[in-house]
Design a protein around this ligand. Structure first.
Ligand code: ACO
Length: 376
């Protein structure tokens, strides 16, 4: 019999390509994007700068940033067909499924749908970045029986996203926390959703197809869906004193604690401290510290019992909840950010493309004769 070849389940540790977009510096525990420490960027930048860095490879000048922000503001509106889709979607639909369908529908209506040149892909990426916040907030409002709130051209990207949730001018601490989450969610190498986007792009499918594939891969609770699942867990825990026994019981039942663990980071996700800092600010500003205290207790238990650290989805979950954001928006907000990273991967993949098509080890039955229908 032929020797069984080696393989790595989940492709763990497998190098599946080259990329100049980001890397993890494991020694210093930093996420480096195009040569810059992403956490350091978040201290002095806004999401639009990180998005530009991802799309165009360099930090924007003041003039480039201004032009980019103007274009994003101008592109926030939705085509009637997409708005109609959101209005007709059943209220109980999963928010990520709605977003996935709406992005796919945007691809149908995009004026450059068939053009996969680098220039057209970047223009489409800008349009997607502008429209995804409008889609996710409008979808949520339609599902709640409310009219969508039109975008406010006076507001920046993060502030406008929050404004479209409830039509109220958001407070500074909330805008900052969302901006930091958007920056830190934007890119993370060959993660499942970026890889899915690259696989689609490697067939020379267009940006909207690749982003739709990315959303499909992001929505599960082992990836982006973990921020919503983590908050559901904290709601179930309810009180800080209940956190430790709740986690011990869940671990005894071999359940996974959502928002913990990471394929790459084994001694802490470099993005967690920056989001936690924002969360503490939000808790102080709102006077609501319950979720932070539950989170602290869950984290301490996971560390002492399993030695497993939280990933970025964990502090994002309780930070968003503390500021009053509805849970079904959390993973869609991840999408609003990661669109920038996916687009960068699509451009990079198509610039030096080879179809991504790995092999597998066959584990099915041996060869069998084909029986006639009447004989089965
Ligand atoms: N809770 C409890 N145990 C865990 C957790 C967790 N969250 N994460 C890992 N472990 C344990 C596993 O049970 C396993 O233990 P075992 O060896 O005794 O069986 C060991 O740690 C290794 O875990 P794997 O699932 O094999 O690690 P993998 O690298 O395949 O998975 C993953 C990484 C999917 C992120 C995993 O840690 C997990 O399921 N976490 C919860 C979901 C989550 O938070 N996902 C968000 C990821 S970050 C992001 O997408 C932005």
């Amino acid at each position: 019999m032929a020797e069984r070849p080696e393989y790595s389940p989940g492709l763990a540790g497998v190098i599946a390509g080259e990329s100049a977009i980001s890397r993890i510096d494991f020694e210093a525990n930093r996420l480096i994007v195009r040569g810059y420490d992403l956490v350091e960027i978040t201290r002095r930048a806004v999401f639009e700068e990180v998005a530009w860095l991802l799309l165009y490879g360099e930090l924007p000048t003041a003039a480039q940033l201004g032009g980019f922000q103007d274009r994003l503001r101008a592109e926030r509106g939705l085509p009637p067909a997409v708005e109609e889709l959101l209005r007709r979607t059943p209220a109980e639909a999963q928010s990520m499924a709605v977003l996935r369908s709406a992005v796919s529908a945007l691809g149908v209506t995009d004026p450059e749908a068939r053009d996969i040149s680098r220039e057209a892909t970047l223009r489409k990426a800008e349009r997607l970045l502008a429209k995804v916040p409008t889609i996710l907030t409008a979808a949520h409002r339609c599902a709640s029986g409310l009219e969508p709130v039109p975008p406010d051209p006076e507001l920046g990207h993060a502030a406008n996203l929050l404004y479209m949730v409830d039509g109220r001018r958001p407070q500074e601490h909330a805008v900052r926390a969302v901006d930091v989450a958007l920056m830190l969610y934007s890119e993370h190498g060959f993660n499942a959703s970026s890889f899915a986007a690259r696989v689609a792009a490697s067939t020379l499918a267009d940006l909207h197809a690749a982003v739709t594939a990315g959303i499909a891969a992001l929505m599960g609770p082992l990836h982006g869906g973990a921020n919503e699942a983590a908050m559901e867990m904290m709601l179930e825990i309810g009180e800080p004193e209940r956190a430790r026994p709740w986690v011990l019981e869940a671990l005894a039942q071999k359940r996974k604690i959502m928002g913990f663990g990471h394929r790459e980071y084994k001694s802490g996700d470099s993005r967690v401290p920056a989001v936690t800092e924002e969360g503490r600010r939000v808790a102080a500003a709102t006077g609501e510290s319950r979720w932070q205290r539950i989170a602290d207790a869950v984290e301490a238990t996971m560390l002492s019992e399993k030695g497993i650290f939280p990933n970025v989805d964990f502090p994002v979950a309780w930070t968003f909840y503390t500021m009053g954001l509805p849970i079904p928006l959390y993973t869609p907000i991840f999408v609003a950010s990661r669109v920038a990273g996916w687009a960068a991967h699509v451009v990079e993949q198509q610039e030096s493309n080879r179809l991504i098509r790995p092999n597998h080890i066959y584990t099915g039955p041996g060869d069998r004769p084909f029986p006639r229908l009447a004989d089965r």
